[in-house]
Structure formats: structure tokens, C-alpha cells
Design a protein around this ligand. Structure first.
Ligand code: FES
Ligand code: FES
Length: 161
């Protein structure tokens, strides 16, 4: 066991982990931040996406020890300071960008990273960026629509699905 320390959602966090402990396990099991989901064991689903130093990363593809000293943000750290939903979260709610909700934390984290690097993405760019996020409810249409709305685009003529 070795101690790891990092900043998670703006607060110092540390814990003892084994060398093989994944970042997603550390977040869920040590810090009890269970909003970061595990939907596969093949690094394909994207339910575990968090931000590591501002970049979207699948937290099942990284060891906790590799995050030593990093700035981590999880879905629990995405709301506004007053607890209200942020722009991306609100857009998912407004445009029914979720069904069962299992993929939603990863989708919101990926969408937020996309908008940080490309504030006005086309529909094709959104779909390409979300290639690593699987929605088993197959609600992609409304997810893409929500992200377009979060970018400030007029989605009033796009039908709901
Ligand atoms: S749990 Fe990380 S990609 Fe599926
Ligand atoms: S909303 Fe159910 S998996 Fe995406």
C-alpha cells in the first residue's frame, strides 16, 4: 500500500492504495464519490469519465498512483457554487438528454471537456467526440441536442426523440 494525494473537486484528498488500484476505484471506494460509474471492464463505455488536469479521462484507464498531485474533477464537482445545475447539466435536463441516467455523468464530463476546447461544436463534432461514451438506452439524439443547446445553439427546430 502507498499513499496518494490529489485535489478532487477543489479539496485535498488522499488515501492508501495498492499499486493496481484504479483511479475510478479510488474515487468510488476511498472517497465515496459514486457518481463516477463503472459500466464495463474493457475501457469502452465512458461511464467513468472524469477531468484530470482539465482533460477528459476514463478513470478506469488510469492508476490512482498516476493521479498523484493531479487536479481531478468528478460529476459531484460540476454544479454551480450555489448547488444549482451548471449549463451542461441543465441542458441535459431541459432536453431529456438522459433516460436511465447511468451514462449521464460520463456524458456530462465529456461534453464539458468538449465545450471547453471547442465552445461551438457542430453536430458532427459532438458525435465524433462522444465516440468513447456509450449510452445503453441509445438516447444519443437528445444527448447531442442537449450539448448543442449548452453551447448556445438554437435547437428549437430539432425534434425531440
Ligand atoms: S468503466 Fe471506464 S470505460 Fe467503462
Ligand atoms: S441514459 Fe441509460 S445508458 Fe444512457
Amino acid at each position: 500500500m502507498a499513499q496518494v494525494s490529489m485535489t478532487v473537486n477543489g479539496k485535498a484528498a488522499s488515501g492508501d492504495v495498492e499499486g493496481r488500484t484504479l483511479l475510478v476505484q479510488f474515487l468510488r471506494e476511498n472517497l465515496h464519490l459514486t457518481g463516477t460509474h463503472v459500466g464495463c471492464d474493457t475501457s469502452q463505455c465512458g461511464a467513468c469519465v472524469v477531468h484530470v488536469n482539465g482533460q477528459a479521462v476514463k478513470a478506469c484507464t488510469m492508476l490512482a498512483a498516476e493521479a498523484e498531485g493531479a487536479e481531478i474533477r468528478t460529476i459531484e464537482g460540476m454544479a454551480n457554487a450555489d448547488g444549482s445545475l451548471n449549463t451542461v447539466q441543465q441542458a441535459f435536463q431541459d432536453h431529456h438528454g438522459l433516460q436511465c441516467g447511468f451514462c449521464t455523468p460520463g456524458m456530462v464530463m465529456s461534453a464539458s471537456a468538449l465545450l471547453a476546447e471547442n465552445p461551438n461544436p457542430t453536430e458532427a463534432e459532438i458525435r465524433a467526440y462522444l465516440e468513447g461514451n456509450i449510452c445503453r438506452c441509445t438516447g444519443y439524439h437528445n444527448i447531442v441536442k442537449a450539448i448543442m443547446a449548452a453551447a448556445g445553439q438554437d435547437v428549437s427546430k430539432i425534434a425531440a426523440e
